[in-house]
Design a protein around this ligand. Sequence first.
Ligand code: MRU
Length: 359
Amino acid sequence: MLINGRHYRTIWLAEDKKTVEIIDQRFLPFEFIIEKINSSTEMAIAIKDMHLRGAPLIGAAAAYGMYLATLEAINNKNEQHIKNCSILLENTRPTAVNLKWALNRVNAELEKVSSIEEKISTAYKLAELIADEDAETCRMIGVNGVSLIEEIYEKNGRRPVQILTHCNAGSLACVDFGTATSPIYEAAKRKIPIHVWVDETRPRNQGKLTSWELEQNKIPNTVICDNTGGYLMMKGMVDFVIVGTDRVTRNGDVANKIGTYLKALAANDNNIPFYVALPSSTIDFNMESGDMIPIEERTQDEVLTVDGLCKDKIEQVRLFSYYAKAANYGFDITPARLVTGFITEKGICKPQELLNFFD
Ligand code: MRU
């Protein structure tokens, strides 16, 4: 991803190879801060408190967290520490399956070696591999998904393609490229004119990340409040909806940021293609259907207050009375019947083809 003209990933190992660096998303788009993560506990906090977020990135962060745990284990001569850290990391956020996927993958390899030194080198290699794989997988999502944008462009007489997205399923949510944004970046590379409608995505306003990221990568975009998409679709102002996901179950149901379901309903009512872009690490092959997905509930404060820039300083303001109560469900489920297709690193498939596709 380009930031101020320079290529960045969202997470990487620092030069000392003992700490991890991340783009701290809490201060974007106003301040670009790189946070140093010094321990597995700090990584767990970074995931839980959303210094970083997005399903694929949470997976990569958990893998790096396990590497830090192995370094701590050699210092305190306590192998049990690695197991405890895995539990700590797993309990940070419940909905994105990538977290568990990455931890299972690291733990399976750690079990195969016995000395702490071997565990360190195994966890190190795997964390770097998971990050590299995620970047490549997301790049391939773009290469595969761009054909859909090209088709719409040709069908509509080569006018700019109008795409709507929800939340941030961009480079910031992954190691690089993003999922929903990857076909957009690939289309821009192929000189297809595009305009993106960016849902603000209350309560945490991940739309500000998407808008900033697209702006940094020179993709025209317009922020809309979460209630606007249906109207735009009805007016013929949206050609294509593309979102990311935190977990897809065996039957093709999709968990994604709260509000995704409403966009899928509106798209369906207006015959607009609704695509979900994902790496295969987001498919939960052990879960039958969306009603079984644990949905994260976060604090009321995220709904009752909002962060923004005030006289060059990031401030938080309260929006509701001090007595107001709020419910804060982080995700909803879009049933497979509302999904036109999945864009993956392997290609594009329909929800009912998912299992055979990845057989
Ligand atoms: O709560 P968040 O910001 O971690 O939620 C992220 C989303 O819902 C994204 O759309 C999803 O993880 C897809 S990321 C490529």
